[in-house]
Design a protein around this ligand. Structure first.
Ligand SMILES: C[S@@+](CC[C@H](N)C(=O)[O-])C[C@H]1O[C@@H](n2cnc3c(N)ncnc32)[C@H](O)[C@@H]1O
Length: 294
């Protein structure tokens, strides 16, 4: 639960506290530090676990699925509170390193502390404190929050063994132009600078209004006439707390890139990746995967 880890080649030691190795080198960018601070506050507040998480993860990673986890060594980049870490553990991963820069690692550790195959680690995706030992690296909803999403992707890919796989899900630009135009400036100038506790309360009324609107999406025929049908139908049956979490998540972060298809495709176009899949998830985001061939 506590101790120190020493790195002989770099002659540094890193603390272990609360069961989590804190492998954060001094070189983390101020932008990443600020982003992690905000997400740490988010996951300490919205620390609930839900039964629909597995279903959602399947959709975010498709065609990567449970078989790609069973018996495999997994790197989860940006684990947040550990909701997907638990699913990966249930899917029978041999070992999972669940990495996050923020204090959310304490929440993830709390949830996963009884799981022998889970290792929660605090560290930066842009300087991942792990070797090239993974059969699968996956990252859900994280790369678009890095100062340089492409660099994050390259770092993850570099930690996957030849023959292993990488799978990511990121916000899409297509269909979200209104967010980029209207919500992003509001987020950048106001909500991303706001005290998280104040943002929690201020984001509650719009979340409640959205939750009430979501009831309309439960009816398939009505939903067909409404915007964001594919995405919002999925949210139509979740509790208000989850809707609140999603609204808060959209507003809390200082960095949120909305990625164009071509941009995501370009990450996968270099040497050493094969069997690339790229699909438009819920018509508002991109999910992509590949086999690491060299
Ligand atoms: C939107 S949350 C997603 C968390 C988790 N993947 C999930 O879906 O529940 C983004 C996460 O990325 C983490 N993060 C942001 N920048 C990071 C970095 N440079 N290195 C590691 N984690 C980072 C944040 O702390 C946050 O927990």
């Amino acid at each position: 639960m506590t101790g120190r880890l020493g790195c002989a080649p770099c002659q540094k030691t890193y603390p272990i506290t609360g069961g989590v190795p804190r492998l954060v080198a001094g070189s983390v960018s101020p932008a990443s530090t600020e982003t992690a601070g905000r997400f740490g506050a988010q996951w300490k507040t919205f620390d609930h676990m839900s039964t629909y998480q597995e279903q959602w993860l399947r959709k975010w990673l498709d065609p990567i699925g449970p078989d790609d986890f069973t018996g495999k060594v997994i790197l989860e980049a940006g684990c947040g509170k550990g909701r997907h870490t638990l699913v990966a553990s249930d899917w029978g991963a041999a070992e999972i390193v669940a990495l996050d820069l923020s204090e959310s690692v304490d929440v993830a550790f709390f949830h996963a502390r009884e799981r022998k195959n889970v290792h929660v680690v605090q560290g930066d995706i842009l300087c991942p404190p792990v070797r090239r030992v993974f059969d699968l690296a996956f990252s859900v909803g994280v790369l678009h929050h890095l100062p340089d999403p492409r660099a994050g992707f390259d770092k993850l890919r570099g930690r996957v063994k030849p023959g292993g796989k990488i799978a990511v899900w990121v916000y899409g630009h297509e269909n979200n132009e209104w967010i980029v135009r209207y919500v992003n400036p509001f987020r950048n100038r106001i909500t991303a600078r706001m005290n998280p506790e104040l943002l929690y309360w201020l984001s509650l009324p719009p979340s409640a209004a959205l939750a009430m609107t979501l009831v309309l999406y439960r009816n398939e025929r009505v939903a067909k006439l409404l915007p964001y049908r594919d995405y919002l139908r999925q949210l139509a049956t979740v509790p208000l707390r989850e809707v609140h979490n999603i609204v808060f998540d959209q507003l809390v972060t200082p960095i949120a890139f909305y990625m164009r298809q071509d941009e995501v495709r370009s990450w996968f176009s270099g040497q050493g990746l094969g069997c690339v899949t790229l699909s438009w998830h819920n018509k508002n985001s991109w999910r992509a995967s590949a086999l690491v061939t060299e």
